[in-house]
Ligand binder design. Sequence first.
Ligand code: PGA
Length: 254
Amino acid sequence: MSRKKIVAGNWKMNLDRAKAKELTAAVAARRGEAAAVELVLCPPAVYVETVGTTLTAAKSDVGLGAQNMLDKASGAFTGEVAPPMLVDLGCQYVILGHSERRTLFGEIDAAVNMKTKAALAAGLVPIVCVGETLEEREADRTAAVVSGQVQGSLAGLSPADLEKVVVAYEPVWAIGTGKVATPEQAQEVHALIRGLLAKLSSPEVAGRVRIQYGGSVKPDNAADLARQPDIDGALVGGASLKADDFLGIAKAFG
Ligand code: PGA
């Protein structure tokens, strides 16, 4: 089963408008270095438009994504961003259920599930994040925790919707710590997720879902991860803030 690899940059709450433009232009200019890979930039919400117009000006096919959204189309939800607003700015993707959203902002699987459905209804590709904490891994609960998150976050999706979803496996202990999971550790969980998706739908559908690895991915560890059969790309935090590093990672998946 050949799945198009997808490497997304999660800029988190970093950069300013000028730097966002500069980084976008640099990635767009060097996009050819990883031509076989789908690339996505996920800037802070307030810079989505700037990044989008910079990509359009460069006639680039680099994708545009947001880092979060609410599951409602409009209304009295102070401070929130609606799926159609993201579409309006040219977004095609949205990261949902990132571990920082789950742990710092109390997002539970049921909320991630509603957002996932709302994203799909709006025509956005959800990048749904799951992953265990160090404590959970050390207690041998990785499979149970990740299975619960996958089932809870993706409950009730039609097979047609499920195959549009990108799942990001991000062990919490590897995010921003410099401690990357070994390729074997990551592959084991990716295979578990794919097996679960097969049970939720069918092996054919599960075989088409892209599963990214995230957590301290760098140019020098990306190639080993990319060689694993169920790792279909990366969700990159820190290293996505430098064009060299982001493209270096993307190249490893090409
Ligand atoms: P990191 O972040 O690459 O800085 O570890 C990954 C993520 O949180 O998506």
